[in-house]
Design a protein around this ligand. Structure first.
Ligand code: ATP
Ligand code: MG
Length: 502
């Protein structure tokens, strides 16, 4: 009996001796206050900005404030968190898994699938708030991003790697411009990411349905933080979308990211900042709201060959009130981007759609990337339209105009008609080029303004039937050579005969 007891004691002592406990340092804190979606904590001595916190039962937070207390925004259900609860630091800065698996998926503001599909697993992770590529890694924009929208590709061209703002009042076709640009990438090599921020869920569902039914989800990803999601989700969503894009960028691919919209993103950030009682500045936005958006849009870039040659094009959207582009957030984002597409509710209501205000819109760097065929026809178009606008502004006070002026004004009105385009119907390059070519070569002069759309439609059908090869050539070479122009001229002459006989 005693013997066996000794043995047990010996065994236990040996076990204790050989047992090694691993000591891990864990940063622990206590919740002291819950203010809406922001939680304030004590403790967490080694907390870092951007570090993730575990509140238990699947609720995760991220540190956004390091003052007397530690402040964190919550990504899960913050109502589960109780005062006095313990919280532990995860010793990890916010990162997400990235990879090809995202293509075709709809994910929430932190990259978790919400489309009932399978979970996204990837060993590769990237930091959500990363530093933009430096100047040494970049090269200038030199490849065009075809949007399929005539007015944009012709007059305000966008290059891959550019940051181009879409700005305008409510319901003026901003989202349509962005989604149509995604549709135009079909059959191409661009990965598209649509990031919805603060929109109604039904609107996002409509956009996803549009992308699905047009086959665009095959090369697209939707990141959706809707108005029913927390301000925290809406705040991080554009960074998460950019991070998903950066994976493809680093693989040398071309990526397009749409942020729809950054006004609501700024609201979400303002809400968080006000709850944190940070001093507010103009329009109650915190002082660093400019930094918030510049840090995001700086990540758009065109990398040089040494760094893979990929690109990330950013199309942020901003909603204005009564067309006021001089408000705080609009001016901020205008100054961060490389140009803006201004959409106008007056034009929209007058039936000029897309309602792009060509005079107020500008693309500062895209011209360098415009393809040769488009450059050839759009140069004159731009010049004519600018002159038309100037003359039209004066002519509205004039009752009797001389015939020369009247002719010029009519020409401008026809050109404006020619820039009209239906929704979700992107044009390929050759179609755009031949239409502009016919417009600038004077073929429209004999056609009344209300017949321009009909002319355009029938002209394309005619050329498709008789000159298919020409279209293929323009799309492939992106040029119009001398012989091609001759062929186009004679085909257009024959079409004009048919059209005028109608
Ligand atoms: P919101 O302020 O609600 O976000 P928005 O500015 O994004 O609106 P859209 O949702 O794109 O505008 O478009 C508003 C409406 O106008 C939609 O019903 C859309 O189908 C229509 N629309 C947009 N572009 C065109 C177009 N080129 N031709 C005809 N209809 C258009
Ligand atoms: Mg919209």
């Amino acid at each position: 009996m005693i013997n066996s007891l000794d043995k047990i004691i010996a065994d236990v002592s040996q076990e204790i001796e050989t047992h090694k406990t691993a000591i891990t340092k864990k940063s622990i804190g206590t919740v002291v206050e819950i203010r809406d979606e922001v939680v304030l904590m004590e403790g967490l001595d080694s907390a870092r900005y951007g570090e993730l916190l575990n509140f238990g039962s699947g609720v995760i937070g991220m540190i956004v404030d390091l003052t007397d207390t530690v402040g964190a925004i919550i990504f899960g259900n913050y109502q589960q968190i109780k005062q006095g609860a313990q919280v532990s630091a995860m010793n990890e800065i916010f990162s997400i898994p990235v990879g090809e698996e995202y293509i075709g998926r709809v994910v929430d503001g932190i990259g978790t699938p919400i489309d009932q599909g399978k979970k996204i697993f990837s060993k590769v992770r990237l930091l959500v708030d990363s530093i933009a590529p430096g100047v040494i890694e970049r090269q200038s924009v030199d490849t065009s991003l075809h949007t399929g929208i005539k007015a944009i590709d012709g007059l305000i061209p966008i290059g891959r790697g550019q940051r181009q703002l879409i700005i305008g009042d409510r319901r003026t076709g901003k989202t349509s411009i962005a989604t149509d640009t995604i549709l135009a990438q079909k059959g191409g090599d661009v990965i598209c990411i649509y990031c919805a921020i603060g929109q109604r869920r039904s609107n996002v569902a409509t956009t996803v349905e549009l992308l699905r039914s047009s086959g665009a989800m095959e090369y697209s990803i939707v990141v959706a933080a809707t108005s029913s999601d927390s301000a925290a989700m809406q705040y991080v969503a554009p960074y998460v979308a950019t991070t998903i894009g950066e994976y493809f960028l680093q693989k040398g691919r071309d990526v397009l990211v749409i942020y729809d919209d950054l006004s609501k993103h700024a609201w979400a950030y303002r809400q968080i900042s006000l709850v944190l009682r940070r001093p507010s500045g103009r329009e109650a936005y915190p002082g660093d709201v400019f930094y918030l958006h510049s840090r995001l849009l700086e990540r758009a870039c065109r990398l040089n060959q040494k760094h893979g040659g990929g690109s990330l094009t950013a199309l942020p959207i901003i909603e204005t009130q009564e067309g006021d582009v001089s408000a705080y957030i609009p001016t901020n984002v205008i100054s961060i981007t490389d140009g803006q597409i201004v959409v106008d509710s007056d034009l929209f209501n007058a039936g000029i759609r897309p309602a792009i205000n060509v005079g107020a819109s500008v693309s500062r760097i895209g011209g360098a990337a415009q393809v040769s065929a488009m450059k050839m026809v759009a140069g004159k178009l731009k010049f004519d339209l600018a002159q038309y606008r100037e003359l039209a502004a004066f002519a509205q006070f004039e009752s009797d105009l001389d015939s020369e002026t009247k002719k010029f004004l009519d020409g401008g009105a026809r050109m404006t008609q020619l820039l009209k385009q239906g929704v979700h119907a992107p044009y390929d390059l050759a179609h755009q080029v031949v239409i502009f070519w016919a417009g600038t070569a004077g073929y429209l002069d004999s056609i009344s303004v209300n017949k321009v759309s009909q002319f355009e439609k029938e002209y394309i059908v005619f050329l498709e039937a008789h000159q298919k090869k020409l279209f293929t050539e323009i799309n492939k070479t992106k040029k119009i050579g001398e012989t091609a122009e001759k062929t186009l001229k004679s085909a257009t002459d024959s079409f004009m005969k048919l059209f005028s006989e109608q």
